[in-house]
Design a binder for this molecule. Structure first.
Ligand code: MRU
Length: 364
């Protein structure tokens, strides 16, 4: 991850017909590499969350379109079919639509024989750009942590984060984690409170794993502990990611993010959201009214997955027949967001703030 050569998706060495990903469902217990041989494997990987996190979902879609062009008997038609299926795989992260639209624009008017090559170059570019963007977010966010360290006279900077907006959610470095990794590399004393993030436990299983890989001190807490820690001065700053940011600065992120923003607001703790510009949906303004919120399978709530000895196991924790709701994301209104950390710098969570950093997008 914060090592330069870490990647979450790549072309299989010696086999340009297969894309490889980390099967994130197996972490933290097993590091399993999974092959995508057909575009429909990409749809499955996104839908069933072998891969997840807004930027990585977009990159996986781009690579799946490459597989469609490469293996399709009629590449142009196959790419169109794949694009339609990929668009349906998960509704909230706008990077999915962004990546598909970008690839389809590049592919437009490309002769069928050249399609795979053109899409491959674009998928590679999307990944390379994501790494640079995340590093940009890291550089933009680092001064926030440095200022806290200075104020605390070298005392530990306690960051609370929700879900996994780390290297595993992107191609490398992560968004919310990028400033943390840079701060840690520079010798700052950073400690991360990792929300467990029910029901899929991205905090426990992914964020804690990758922070451990990088030697960053961290503590896993249950989702409901954050407010208590804030009341007792144990949290200096909250940094989360986002799956979709409206042009006015509302952010949709993993379910429970909104409650952390409320608690931070009540306790006067800065609440920042780190985002690549690919996560901004310039067509929406009102996040609560306009952002589609994914409702996921009840099994994620009724079952707990883990390990006994070497065996993976599932345990039912809710009585059979109990009605269950499982909204996967919520929207935090801009008024609760202290600032947005982007690859071009930090801005207010507002239309003016975002337009100031991305004037060409705001105008388009
Ligand atoms: O359901 P997930 O695991 O895909 O949700 C991921 C998040 O909510 C992340 O915070 C978001 O995608 C930002 S990733 C840099």
């Amino acid at each position: 991850m914060s090592s330069d050569d870490f990647r979450t998706i790549w072309l299989k060495p010696g086999d340009a017909g297969t894309v490889q990903i980390i099967d994130q469902r197996q972490l933290p217990h097993d590091f399993v590499i999974h092959d995508l041989a057909h575009w429909s494997d990409g749809v499955e990987a996104i839908r069933d969350m072998y891969v997840r996190g807004a930027p990585l979902i977009g990159a996986t879609a781009a690579w799946s379109l490459y597989l469609a062009a490469l293996h399709g008997q009629f590449p142009t038609e196959e790419v169109r079919k794949a694009a339609a299926a990929l668009l349906e795989s998960r509704p909230t992260a706008v990077n999915l639509r962004w990546a598909i639209d970008r690839v389809m624009r590049q592919a437009q008017d490309t002769p069928a024989d050249d399609l795979a090559g053109v899409i491959r170059r674009d998928a590679e570019a999307i990944c390379a750009e994501d790494v640079e963007i995340c590093l940009g977010i890291g550089r933009a966010g680092l001064p926030l942590l440095e200022a806290i360290a200075e104020r605390k006279d070298g005392g530990a900077v306690n960051v609370l984060t929700h879900c996994n907006a780390g290297a595993l959610a992107t191609i490398n470095w992560g968004t919310a984690t990028a400033p943390i990794y840079l701060a840690h590399q520079q010798g700052l004393d950073v400690h991360v409170w990792v929300d467990e993030t029910r029901p899929r436990n991205q905090g426990t299983q992914l964020t804690a794993w990758e922070l451990a890989q990088n030697g960053v001190p961290h503590t896993v807490i249950v989702d409901n502990a954050g407010g208590h820690l804030m009341q007792h001065g144990e949290v200096d700053i909250v940094i989360t990611g986002t799956d979709r940011t409206t042009r006015s600065g509302d952010v949709a992120n993993k379910i429970g993010t909104y409650l952390k923003a409320l608690a931070a607001n009540d306790n006067g703790i800065p609440f920042y959201v780190a985002l690549p510009s690919t996560t901004i949906d310039w067509t929406t303004r009102d996040g609560i009214a306009e952002i589609p919120i994914e409702e996921r399978n009840a099994d994620e709530v009724t079952m707990s997955y883990g390990r006994v000895g070497d065996d993976r196991c599932a345990v039912r924790t809710v009585a059979e027949g109990t009605r269950v709701g499982n909204p996967a994301f919520d929207v935090t209104p801009a008024r609760l967001v202290t600032g947005l950390i982007t690859e071009r710098g930090v801005c207010a969570a507002s239309e003016e703030g975002l337009a100031g950093l991305f004037p060409e997008e705001a105008a388009g």
